[in-house]
Design a binder for this molecule. Structure first.
Ligand SMILES: Cc1cc2nc3c(=O)[nH]c(=O)nc-3n(C[C@H](O)[C@H](O)[C@H](O)COP(=O)(O)OP(=O)(O)OC[C@H]3O[C@@H](n4cnc5c(N)ncnc54)[C@H](O)[C@@H]3O)c2cc1C
Length: 553
């Protein structure tokens, strides 16, 4: 661990003095060399101590807090926002455990259940939590330095690319001393911005996505003319299909119009992906899957959009944005949907920590006795209001228009009107929000009265819909009225579907035989990371079946 002048503090609050003593001495035995162990039984005394430490700029790495003092965590975190918050809870795997709500609302980063089976397992867990703090403190080697004017919206795209490829970077305002120095060193006067400077001195002025992809070191040009399976889209469905296809010996090319990770890659915290009880950063999860696909032998091409698809004899031809063609025996379309985003930067930063795109049902129990908000006026927003109202104190539906009449089924409107703890605010928009580690409040603009009001909010569910990326496909690939790809048996049963080949379409096969769909783009998909991953794995089995049946004669 990098040592700072003042060793960081590991602070424990437990209202039971003997338990506090045992904890401090156990933790000190393992972590005492690197951290100063401090603790208290009284929240007030602890807050006073933490206040003094904040005033003296003493770093606090971790707050281990007994569940009897839940409010304490929020106040302590205000004083030490970088500290990891660990809730110490009794062994109780019921849905009423305080850990359930604290994790759902982003009010704790981790939890520890006591009594623990043995000290070694507790040390392992604590080491993991401490290492996540340590990693955040490491002095940054910056592989890229971005110099931009304050408020330049292109910085968001640059940040996104760097983050998705785990490239350490720093952003410097042109007006700052460091920003001016970087421009001077590069021999630039700052008239054209933003400027990106790589660690080796390579300078890019207002770089395009392919420029950046090239500088990051990923392929942006497809070098392969013919493959067995072409996968379009590198979100969870496409990446998983690439892992399975390549690992099962298929010559695999994956095309991605932007950078790897899809929608999942933009989520700071995915809470419902199996195996990660404290959630996982979506970018990290996708980056690992992408690396796995590459190591399995998939050819991955970024910043290269598929613009058209056609069938030529036994082959399916994917046309690329740069004018080249890729000939494949089978194609998997995993292009997902364009979720409409709220576009409020401070709320986007809290996604997974009180702000959710969709996901209302899975989080509803954790909303017990809380004030929660839903943005949206469609059936999914209406259904979410009914689910959340069973647990939350008050559910407020924030609706931009003046009525639901055209967007929500009348049975849902009636149900909402009959539930006392559901409030509807028409003519209203969410324009801002804030929270220290988790959502605390949002700002609502009332368009008719031209007023903005700040209200406390434990959670915000954004359900404003999306549109599938299917416009580039030929008319012979059947879609439903909303543009989703119809697959499998539904081709014969759904309006808009058709199947012109012999035999039955395979599961996930579209109306063009040998062309499959997986993930959010498919009609009837579940719109979750884990289900997209499941479809990505399953579709490869169908590709094998198609290749067996479609052996060239
Ligand atoms: C902010 C946010 C948070 C979310 N949080 C959660 C969560 O916590 N838990 C959960 O289960 N789900 C969550 N979701 C939903 C989840 O991310 C999606 O269900 C999942 O990403 C769908 O995966 P996919 O591979 O089908 O599509 P996507 O992830 O949308 O990926 C599609 C990819 O295809 C690419 N593409 C599109 N068109 C083309 C083309 N013509 N050529 C080449 N490439 C193309 C796109 O650039 C994109 O990278 C969240 C969604 C959002 C927006």
């Amino acid at each position: 661990m990098a040592r700072s002048a003042v060793p960081p503090v590991l602070f424990v609050i437990d209202d039971d003095p003997s338990s506090l003593d045992v904890l401090l001495s156990d933790l000190s035995r393992r972590f005492g060399n690197d951290f100063v162990l401090r603790g208290d039984t009284s929240p007030e005394a602890a807050l006073a101590a933490l206040q003094e430490m904040a005033a003296a700029s003493e770093p606090v790495a971790l707050l281990l807090v007994d569940d009897a003092t839940p409010d304490f965590l929020a106040r302590a975190h205000e004083l030490h926002p970088g500290a990891k918050r660990v809730l110490l809870v009794d062994r109780d795997y019921s849905s009423t455990s305080p850990a359930v709500q604290a994790m759902a609302l982003g009010r704790a980063d981790y939890h520890i259940v006591r009594p623990w089976a043995d000290n070694e397992s507790m040390y392992r867990t604590m080491s993991e939590y401490l290492s996540s703090w340590t990693v955040e403190q490491e002095p940054n080697f910056e592989e890229f330095r971005i110099v931009a004017a304050d408020g330049d919206s292109r910085v968001l795209q640059l940040r996104d690319v760097m983050t998705r490829f785990s490239m350490p970077f720093g952003v410097y305002a042109t007006e700052s001393e460091a920003g001016r120095r970087l421009l001077d060193q590069a021999g630039l006067d700052g008239t054209r911005l933003p400027v990106v400077i790589r660690y080796d001195g390579q300078v890019m002025i207002d770089p395009s996505l392919p420029d950046l992809a090239g500088a990051v070191g990923v392929s942006i040009k497809n070098e392969i003319d013919t493959c067995e399976v072409a996968i379009v889209g590198a979100g969870p469905a496409g990446l998983t299909a690439a892992v399975y296809a390549a690992s099962e010996g298929l010559e695999t090319v994956m095309l991605e119009r932007a950078m790897s990770g899809g929608q999942a890659g933009t989520s700071p915290l995915i809470r419902n992906y199996p195996g990660f009880p404290h959630g996982i950063n979506g970018g990290l999860l996708m980056e690992r899957t992408c690396e796995q696909a590459w190591l399995m032998g998939a050819h991955i091409v970024f910043a290269q959009q598929a613009v058209a698809l056609e069938r030529r004899g036994d082959d399916r031809i994917v046309h690329l944005f740069d004018g080249t063609e890729l000939r494949a025996r089978a194609v998997v379309i995993a292009t997902g949907i364009e979720w409409r985003r709220l576009g409020v930067p401070r709320l986007e930063a809290l996604v997974g920590s009180g702000v959710f795109y969709g996901a209302a049902v899975s989080e509803s129990r954790a909303m017990h006795d809380q004030d929660v908000f839903i943005v949206g006026a469609g059936n999914s927003a209406g259904q979410a209001a009914l689910d959340l109202a069973k647990h939350a104190r008050v559910v407020t539906l924030v609706v931009r228009g003046d009525s639901f009449a055209e967007s929500m089924s009348s049975y849902l409107v009636r149900a909402i009107e009959s539930i006392p703890n559901v409030v509807v605010r028409h003519g209203t928009e969410v324009v801002d929000g804030a929270g220290n580690g988790s959502l605390e409040c949002i700002r609502l603009a009332d368009r008719a009265n031209d007023t903005v009001e700040e209200v406390s909010a434990a959670a915000l569910f954004i359900m404003i819909g999306g549109e599938p990326h299917t416009q580039w496909l030929p008319a012979e690939i059947a879609r439903d009225a909303d543009g989703y790809l119809i697959t499998g048996r539904d081709l014969r049963e759904q309006p808009g579907g058709h199947w012109d080949d012999d035999g039955q379409p395979l599961t996930f096969e579209t109306s063009m035989s040998g062309v499959f769909a997986a993930g959010d783009v498919r009609q009837g998909s579940i719109k979750r990371v884990a289900s997209a991953v499941g479809e990505g794995a399953t579709v490869v089995r169908m590709v094998h079946e198609h290749l067996r049946e479609d052996q060239p004669t």
